[in-house]
Design a binder for this molecule. Structure first.
Ligand code: GTP
Ligand code: MG
Length: 404
């Protein structure tokens, strides 16, 4: 089920289209096309993982969701002796494009959580249902933490509630109060491990019209669009990586060529020594700056990134301007460091050259040093600029497409 982020949301033709818009510098049109998609995610398939300890009632719950009994054709195998070791997919006909995945019990691989998560391809699921019986489990808390770390959502099902009701009745306890205690206990347990408590449902898979079962089904149907758009937002960085990678490679080759050009031009005094040695640093400085700045303008143009773009998008996408400004301000300290490093590198190089000339180093040696420095300076500055522009483009897309 491993699927690229782009192909999950866009058909092959649309993906190619997005890539070609990006390649031709039409970032704005590309963002608007992605925005249209993010508003219409009806056809996107949602993979819901049903997780929980062995025997917690996952398979029976999936059957109940699909209105099947254990012996019906297509029903998930259930029973105390059944332990299903492979994630298995079951379509949920009540909601289009929703697949319920019956996962092996979280304590069924011997059990090392990270190993388990890897085995079941945890990251490929979009939404999670944790099924737990009788009491809150340590594994439930650990899984919940992992889900929230991914920025995804989940709900918590306390299964076999018919058993709890029976024992409450046998003890003569108040059912409503028993109900509240169970919910409160779950909330406290989630909070104690730093997890924001999810929606909690108390259900019996044998009593599908009772307790919280009907509420669970309607909540899932109601929340589906939000879940999908959250999944879309989370996938944006991966999608952008897929879209930008071919162009990034091409531009990196151009950066290397420009750096070689810069180094070669910087080496001119080696081939034809200047009559005035002090002209060597001036020549170095001039050629390096001209080539680097031209390269930077070229990269910006190639990536279709401009202030006009931000303004134009801000007019079309609500709140984009403020979101973008906030993001930019937030990241400013991190972004300034490569620029400062590059300027310092340039100043140090020129100072070294001048000092070298003053101390009688041969103009040839100074020129070779200048040529090597020209190459290094242009390469580093343009590489940093390229990464910077790609990152800014990505944040722009993220800001334009995220939920308000
Ligand atoms: N009383 C009661 N029993 C249930 C309920 N749901 C499941 N069971 C029983 O619990 C046992 C385990 O149920 P399964 O659905 O197979 O549990 P599972 O989580 O899929 O188990 P593994 O696949 O082995 O991890 C079975 O005997 C079910 O009949 C429920 O809501 N109420
Ligand atoms: Mg099972």
């Amino acid at each position: 089920m491993a699927q690229s982020a782009l192909s999950k949301f866009f058909c092959a033709q649309d993906s190619r289209n997005l890539q070609s818009l990006y390649n031709t510098g039409e970032l704005e049109t590309m963002i608007l096309q992605m925005k249209i998609k993010s508003d219409h995610l009806d056809n996107v398939q949602l993979n819901i993982a049903v997780m929980g300890d062995v025997g917690s009632g996952k398979s029976t719950f999936i059957n109940a969701m699909r209105d099947l009994r254990r012996d019906d054709q297509g029903a998930a195998p259930t029973g105390n002796e059944e332990t299903w070791m492979e994630p298995t997919r079951y379509p949920y006909q009540s909601l289009p494009n929703v697949q319920l995945w019956d996962l092996p019990g979280t304590n069924s691989f011997g059990f090392e959580l990270n190993n388990y998560l890897k085995q079941v391809k945890f990251e490929s699921f979009d939404f999670f249902i944790i099924v737990s019986q009788a009491r809150f489990r340590e594994n439930d808390a650990e899984i919940a933490k992992k889900i929230q770390e991914q920025g995804k959502e989940f709900c918590y099902i306390r299964s076999k509630i018919d058993n709890d009701i029976r024992s409450l009745k046998m003890q003569g306890a108040d059912l409503n109060e028993g109900w509240s205690i169970i919910c409160r206990d779950c909330i406290i347990n989630f909070q104690s491990v730093g997890v924001t408590p999810p929606d909690i449902f108390l259900i019996s898979s044998f009593e599908r019209e009772e307790h919280d079962f009907p509420r669970f089904k309607s909540t899932l149907a109601r929340d589906l669009p939000n879940i999908k758009s959250n999944v879309f937002s989370l996938a944006i960085p991966k999608m952008m990586l897929e879209i930008t990678e071919p162009k990034r490679s091409t531009l990196m080759t151009r950066v290397l060529l420009l750096a070689i050009l810069s180094g070669t031009v910087g080496a001119v005094p080696v081939l034809a020594p200047f009559p005035e040695p002090m002209l060597v640093p001036v020549w170095y400085l001039f050629t390096t700056i001209v080539i680097t700045v031209s390269g930077w303008i070229y990269l910006r143009k190639q990536l279709g990134f401009s202030d006009r773009l931000v303004q134009s998008l801000a007019n079309k996408v609500t709140k984009l301007s403020s979101v973008f400004k906030a993001e930019t301000n937030h990241r400013f300290p991190r972004k300034i460091s490569p620029a400062v490093t590059n300027v310092l590198l340039g100043i140090t190089t020129v100072t070294c050259m001048i000092t070298g000339i003053k101390h009688g180093f041969s103009p040839m040696a100074v020129s070779i040093f200048g040529a090597a420095s020209s190459f290094a300076f242009t390469y580093k500055s343009l590489k940093d600029s390229l990464n910077n522009l790609l990152e800014t483009g990505q944040r722009l897309v993220q800001a334009a497409l995220s939920r308000d």
